[in-house]
Design a protein around this ligand. Structure first.
Ligand code: ATP
Length: 313
């Protein structure tokens, strides 16, 4: 459905996307995962035809972007992170308007509208003014606008960001449902969202595609031995010094501190929980809690990206 070959995008001399290649099959839901500044939005904007690439090739549904940009744009729907909405219009009117901008006839819009409203769970608010709706509804209006013209590929940039837990559950269901009629590429820096909604994951770091596959494939490839969360009374530096030399400890990530108790996550190449606990106690640190981090994808992600240096936030 989409073929991307050696795609690059520079902003001046800064390389935001560096020779990224991937392909996505029809009806797949693929997650684009990366820390802030990894290059997700830039890549998605190029694919959506909003900005030009500095190099590389993109083909959607067999149509080449360089030779037929309008042909590619017609096949794609795009939800930006902050979708522009016609806040003074009702949901249904705004979708009719967007359909018209997309070149649809009134008849085609009338045929398509009920299905789009149902797919995005907006039936109840079709006649409400968008400006009066909650953030979750507005995001779904953005998705409805992106799919009104029945694109073959829909690209969603951070559709979960800013939503409350109830809205997140609704959004997940909407994204999964899109797969019935199109291919979906969805970006997020929220690992659990990617793993819950996507068939496959592309991991981007500092503009480069550093891995792709299912969560299970990535876990197998990177031999993740698990992660544990520790809470202890003491200094982070002392904890780090006590355990970083243990064979099997791969990475130590500070999670925060309150009232003299620090939390750290330790990713391991093998199960060395007992050695870690013994080393901390031996160093005089008050070990107050130890639990499985239960997030395999997070272990993979930390393995693939440099958490300290990779992000901008
Ligand atoms: P975020 O989730 O924070 O938007 P992202 O993974 O989507 O992150 P991009 O927004 O694509 O990343 O940014 C990739 C890099 O390109 C970053 O270093 C960013 O500062 C830079 N960048 C993005 N847009 C511009 C721009 N218009 N001009 C210059 N640099 C830019």
């Amino acid at each position: 459905m989409i073929e991307v070959q050696s795609l690059s995008r520079y902003y001046g001399s800064r390389c935001a996307v560096d020779r990224v290649s991937f392909s996505i099959s029809s009806r797949e839901v693929v997650g684009f995962l990366g820390l802030n500044g990894a290059g997700k939005t830039t890549t998605l904007k190029v694919l959506a035809g909003l900005i030009l690439p500095s190099g590389g090739d993109v083909a959607v549904d067999g149509v080449d972007m360089a030779s037929s940009p309008t042909g590619v744009r017609a096949r794609i729907g795009f939800l930006p992170e902050d979708p522009p909405l016609y806040t003074e219009m009702t949901v249904a009117d705004s979708l009719r308007f967007v359909g018209g901008l997309r070149g649809m006839t009134e008849g085609a819009i009338a045929d398509r509208l009920p299905g789009v409203l149902a797919r995005t769970n907006l039936d109840d608010v079709a006649d409400r003014v968008i400006g009066e709706l909650s953030h979750g509804y507005r995001k779904r209006v953005g998705i409805a606008s992106a799919i009104i013209h029945a694109p073959k590929l829909v690209i969603l940039d951070e559709p979960i960001s800013g939503l409350d837990p109830v809205q997140i559950v609704e959004m997940r269901a909407v994204i999964k449902g899109l797969k019935d009629e199109c291919t979906v590429l969805v970006s997020s820096h929220i690992l659990s969202e990617i793993s819950q909604t996507c068939d496959r994951i592309l991991v981007l770091n500092n503009g480069r595609l550093v891995a792709q596959g299912t969560e299970t494939e990535l876990a197998g490839r990177f031999h993740i031995g698990g992660s544990i969360d520790l809470s202890l009374r003491g200094e982070e530096d002392a904890a780090r010094a006590a355990i970083e030399g243990i064979d099997g400890v791969k990475k130590i990530i500070p999670l925060g501190h309150t009232d003299g108790v620090i939390s750290i996550r330790v990713s391991m190449a093998s199960d060395v929980r007992e050695a870690i606990a013994a080393a901390l106690v031996g160093a005089g640190l008050g070990l107050r809690g130890i639990s499985d981090a239960h997030d395999e994808l997070e272990g993979i992600f930390l393995e693939l990206t440099d958490h300290e240096a990779g992000g901008e936030s």
